[in-house]
Write a protein that binds this ligand. Structure first.
Ligand SMILES: [Zn+2]
Length: 713
């Protein structure tokens, strides 16, 4: 076990509010983990902050007709407030526009530069002559070469999710002026990632650097290792660490050629974890350095899967290239959460916004947290639905947890005026852990101890779904304890046994008030107050409880007076859920009508007779191979299997599809078209394609699995 922990959660981008995908991806898992560590008495600092640089901020400012500063101020406050409301317990929520962050990032740049980690290179970048500036990737839009989305960005297509570079875009245009950009030379600093490839490969896969074991790769998630290795297998290339932008951290001014250059946002953002730690240390009169430089610190980055390469390869390379810094012992990235069958999307407003949830479901923050853990995309993508949200609340939080707690509170007040009964610990009763199992007081305490240990082990392995399940089993066993012993029937005839059962039930609730704290902090606090126990300090509280239980000591003493029963969870009615579903449906419809408005249909041609149609022979086929035709921009030469023979067909699709993309495609072919020679090759048929009014093409394909050569008609 390490002496101390530094836990980071991905810096959210300060250009929009937080949605449930962010919550389930990085913030809730990190919060659960950190709260657990604190409950176990470990030394931990939990840092996060707003990522306030990069072109997406300036794009947003332009869209809203305001300044980048106004955008980051607005969203920084909003994000900070939302995190507090949903109970994410950062030790500091910092921001990258802070002076200390600019200084820290510039110092990093200086050191990397002095260490010869950069290569300066002049490249051709898109430049908008109308407004007189270089265009960041986000400022260039054009047609996606993969899915033909006409509004893909220079770094990514939001429709198909492909990662792009501006050079990939077909017919690029500037978002600033709408004009076609031109290429101009510009100098940038490229980090020599290629130099770091070998040790990164060894570190990722064996945990070793220079023969020293720094982490256990078996503890890393498979999909994280897989993504890292697929990057490493492609070979790491030098990557530009500067940009031509007017918003961000300046390249240190004393470095020649730095004028007008800013640090790449992915260089400065992870350094934000360091500057946040520095600010935390200043605020608390501590030293930040052991958290980043002492090998007895466990550094853990919680992120979503879209950030894996930056946290597992690029940032570690930067830390090692700088020297003197530790590397993360784990990067437990989560996969993606989907919403009602679709990808969550900020730009399409397909989301459950956390600040809206907190306003509409005030007092029920833990219901969302519980659902997010249940649906946490730990190993694979998962899905949130409002119906599932309602069912989980009603069946698990209300019927299991709240019901158990309420019965214990009400019965203890009814039978003993709220005093925890004194018991004969040798007296037998029925255990709640399985049907027909004889219970024994000290053994029940030992079972609770074992369950808490199991839960802790799962948290330490980042299996939060499993850990919550184990905690909820305590509530289930408590319910069964009451159900099997039926104190309401036996309290008159067998009061001594009922005392044991009720005393134990109180111990169960007390154990839950600590065990649930990482997952449901608000409810755990309510439980403490119902039990009239001191509020948790998250300073070794769970460890203390484990030490009592292992000694066979109860956690609530006999004759302790309970507080008043209070509300924990209540059923969520259908109309509340329907209102949320309607809200999403309205979003969907608004979008469909937006998209519908832009569709232009080409007019239908003159009517023909059936005999005209009957002359046409259309067949199913499969493209076997494809190659570009020399000197032709438009034509691909295809070899097409028609079952009974293989044809050579020239198709005017080269500007829309690459040869690799079309091989294997099942297509529909006009088979009796007169052969035609083009560019010296005879084309023996025509591939049928759909075309929209803008000239975007798509294949017409038979249902998968149709044999080649079948007639279509
Ligand atoms: Zn696309």
């Amino acid at each position: 076990m390490k002496k101390r922990y530094l836990v980071t959660a991905a810096l959210p981008y300060a250009n929009g509010p937080l949605h449930i995908g962010h919550l389930a991806g990085a913030y809730l898992p990190s919060d659960i983990y950190v709260r657990y560590l604190r409950l176990m008495g470990r030394e931990v600092v939990f840092v996060c902050g707003s990522d306030e640089h990069g072109a997406a901020i300036t794009v947003k400012a332009r869209k809203e007709g305001t300044t980048p500063r106004a955008i980051v101020d607005k969203y920084h406050e909003m994000l900070k407030d939302t995190f507090e409301k949903i109970g994410i317990s950062f030790d500091i929520y910092h921001r990258t526009s802070a002076l200390i962050h600019h200084q820290t990032s510039q110092d990093f740049f200086r050191t990397l530069n002095a260490n010869g980690e950069f290569v300066e290179e002049t490249t051709e970048q898109y430049y908008d002559e109308t407004v007189g500036q270089f265009l960041a990737d986000r400022y260039i839009v054009g047609t996606c070469p993969v899915c033909a989305n006409p509004d893909a960005y220079g770094d990514q297509c939001e429709r198909c999710g492909s990662t792009l570079s501006p050079n990939d875009l077909i017919e690029p245009r500037s978002m600033l002026s709408g004009s076609a950009p031109v290429k101009r030379p510009t100098k940038h600093w490229f980090l020599r990632l290629d130099k770091h490839e070998n040790w990164l490969r060894e570190w990722i896969n064996t945990g070793k650097v220079d023969g020293k074991t720094l982490h256990d790769p078996a503890a890393w998630k498979n999909h994280v290792l897989g993504q890292c290795n697929s990057w490493l297998d492609q070979g790491l290339q030098p990557r530009a660490m500067t940009r031509d932008l007017d918003w961000g951290v300046d390249v240190p001014p004393e470095i020649p050629g730095s004028e007008g250059k800013k640090l790449y946002v992915w260089l400065d953002a992870p350094i934000g974890y360091i500057s946040a730690t520095k600010q935390w240390a200043i605020d608390h009169n501590k030293n930040w350095e052991p958290y980043w430089k002492d090998e007895d610190t466990a550094l853990i980055h919680f992120i979503g899967k879209d950030n894996i390469v930056f946290h597992c390869l690029i940032f570690p390379a930067i830390l090692k290239a700088h020297g003197g810094f530790i590397l993360p012992v784990n990067v437990p990235a989560n996969q993606f959460l989907n919403l009602e069958g679709r990808k969550l999307s900020t730009s399409k407003n397909w989301a459950v916004w956390v600040h809206e949830y907190c306003a509409e479901f005030a007092g029920q923050e833990d219901v969302l947290r519980y659902n997010m853990v249940k649906k946490m995309p730990e190993q694979a993508d998962s899905e949130f639905t409002w119906k599932g949200f309602q069912e989980t609340n009603n069946n698990e939080l209300v019927n299991n947890l709240a019901n158990f707690v309420n019965r214990v509170m009400v019965l203890t007040h009814k039978y003993y005026d709220g005093l925890v009964p004194v018991v004969d610990t040798e007296r037998a009763f029925k255990s709640g852990w399985e049907a027909d199992k004889a219970g024994q007081y000290n053994e029940e305490l030992a079972l609770l101890h074992a369950k808490l240990n199991e839960m802790g082990a799962q948290v330490e392995r980042f299996n939060f779904r499993e850990a919550l399940q184990l905690a909820m089993e305590i509530s289930g066993a408590g319910n069964a304890l009451l159900q099997f012993n039926e104190p309401w029937k036996t309290v008159k005839d067998d009061p001594e046994t009922v005392k044991v059962v009720m005393n134990l039930a109180v111990q169960y609730v007390a154990v839950l008030s600590v065990a649930l704290r990482p997952f449901l902090p608000f409810s755990a606090a309510r439980l403490r107050s119902m039990l009239n126990l001191p509020a948790l300090e998250e300073a070794g509280d769970l460890l203390d409880m484990l030490n009592e239980l292992v000694e066979g000591n109860p956690v609530v003493q006999p004759r302790h007076t309970l507080g008043a029963p209070a509300h924990l969870f209540s059923r969520i009615p259908d109309e509340v859920i329907q209102a949320q579903i309607d809200k999403l449906k309205a979003t969907e419809q608004a979008q469909a009508s937006d998209e519908g408005a832009t569709v232009n249909f080409t007019p239908v041609k003159d009517t023909i007779q059936f005999d005209d149609f009957a002359k046409i022979d259309i067949r199913t086929g499969t493209i076997l191979s494809a190659e570009k035709v020399a000197k032709s921009k438009k034509l691909l030469k295809l070899s097409v299997d028609l079952g009974f023979e293989t044809r050579t067909i020239l198709s005017g699709i080269a500007e829309h599809f690459s040869p690799e993309e079309v091989v294997g495609k099942e297509v529909v072919v006009l088979a009796n078209l007169a052969p035609r020679v083009m560019m010296g090759t005879e084309s023996q048929g025509m591939i049928l394609l759909a075309e929209d009014a803008e000239g975007k093409l798509g294949f017409v394909s038979p249902e998968s699995g149709w044999q080649a050569g079948m007639s279509v008609g």
